[in-house]
Design a protein around this ligand. Structure first.
Ligand SMILES: NC(=O)c1ccc[n+]([C@@H]2O[C@H](COP(=O)([O-])OP(=O)(O)OC[C@H]3O[C@@H](n4cnc5c(N)ncnc54)[C@H](O)[C@@H]3O)[C@@H](O)[C@H]2O)c1
Length: 358
């Protein structure tokens, strides 16, 4: 039987609540499936850890994570304690150090859930965004100059490599081959005349390797409008780090809200652990109230099981989330009155039913 060592890193705010339910579903899936077992490694890092140690993560945190099979993350950030760019820094380091260059963020509206866009329904919203996750605008290169003088300025450099762009695009084309055979690359090459010209050239070079996929380019400003105007025209979307980050909040909203949006930070070569997390943040506005929607975190567990090769369990979790929500297990963000824990329990019950039916 396969055994997986999974790091559980709940982080801050609602990250803690939603991760508890995601772990509950993961453990139930392992027991019910009977094909794999778990060794869960608690990683109690983040703002509480900072208050007792003066650090967000231990100095050797990457070495602690390196031997794991996967990492399940809740969310990080507590702006009342520390600025966001400080709390987010360990995450960016994990993504880059472990070469998690593919960030997959599906936005699929469940049949039966209303869409925020009038006239659109589940058949119109099924977009898979691949955000390049290891370079681009988030490489953290730059600095402040003439700090705290009237001439103060900041320089922030983006880094786009041919190798980085090509591997993201190839991964995106392969995804499109398994879906509706359409790929849209999103840049801003009309205004950023170096980095995104490299993207445009890479697309034209790589597309002929995938003759069964139709492809197009859109500038980020037009893409935002088209996500709203005609979401059904998107299948796989490949975007740079920053544009992918921005577009997937919108994608999450189209697919029912951030409480339903999962993500996977993948190292496709499996040299390093991959990391799975909801798209949402720590939501200080609702933290501690027990009303955060755990579905995004639970669906991130399904993406983790897909990556580990436990596809039937992954699919069962997805169906159980759908069934529980459609049967009325909903937190306030979906118009319901249930707590985080109640939704987690409903998903576990639905998982049990699915196994019995099978
Ligand atoms: N990967 C991450 O850990 C990550 C991502 C985004 C933001 N953040 C951090 O989170 C903090 C808050 O950021 P923000 O407010 O911009 O974004 P957010 O995603 O935390 O919240 C945005 C809005 O969506 C709601 N929301 C989010 N998740 C929800 C859920 N599961 N159920 C119900 N409602 C939910 C929140 O209540 C809030 O109104 C900041 O510190 C930010 O840096 C972290």
């Amino acid at each position: 039987m396969a055994k997986y060592r999974i790091g559980i890193y709940p982080g801050d705010g609602i990250g803690v609540d939603v991760t508890a339910e995601a772990v509950r579903v993961l453990q139930s899936a392992s027991q019910l499936d009977g094909q794999f077992s778990l060794d869960l490694v608690d990683l109690p890092w983040g703002c509480k850890y900072y208050q007792s140690t003066g650090k967000l993560v231990p100095d050797d945190f990457l070495e602690v994570l390196r031997p794991l099979d996967a990492i399940l993350l809740g969310a990080v950030g507590w702006p009342a304690l520390l600025p966001d760019h400080v709390t987010l820094s360990p995450l960016v380091r994990i993504r880059q150090a472990f070469d998690q260059y593919v960030c997959l963020r599906p936005a699929r509206l469940l049949p039966g859930l209303g869409c925020i866009l009038s006239g659109k329904s589940a058949k119109d919203i099924d977009i898979l965004v691949l955000r390049e996750n290891s370079e681009g605008e988030y490489v953290d290169q730059g600095g402040f100059f003439k700090r705290h003088t009237a001439d103060e300025f900041a320089l922030q450099t983006a880094l786009h490599t041919q190798r980085g762009i090509e591997r993201a695009l190839r991964y995106g084309f392969r995804l499109a081959q398994g879906r509706r055979h359409r790929l849209t690359m999103i840049t801003k090459s009309n205004a950023q005349r170096f980095a995104f010209v490299l993207w445009d050239e890479a697309l034209e070079r790589i597309a002929p390797e995938f003759p069964d996929v139709t492809y197009e380019r859109q500038h980020a400003d037009a893409a935002v409008m088209n996500f709203v105007r005609r979401p059904e025209s998107f299948d796989v979307v490949v975007a740079s780090n920053l544009f992918g980050d921005i577009l997937t909040d919108l994608g999450g909203l189209l697919a029912g809200g951030l409480g339903l949006a999962p993500s996977a930070n993948l190292n496709p070569e499996r040299k390093f652990p991959s990391m799975f997390e909801p798209v949402h943040g720590s939501a200080p506005d609702i933290a501690g109230q027990g009303i955060a929607n755990p579905a995004a975190a639970i669906l991130s567990v399904a993406m983790m099981l897909d990556h580990l090769g436990e596809r039937s369990s992954a699919e069962r979790i997805r169906r159980s989330v759908e069934r529980a929500i459609l049967a009325g297990a909903r937190t306030p963000d979906l118009g319901g009155k249930n707590t985080t824990e109640q939704v987690g329990a409903a998903v576990v019950a639905s998982l049990r039913d699915a196994v019995k039916e099978h």
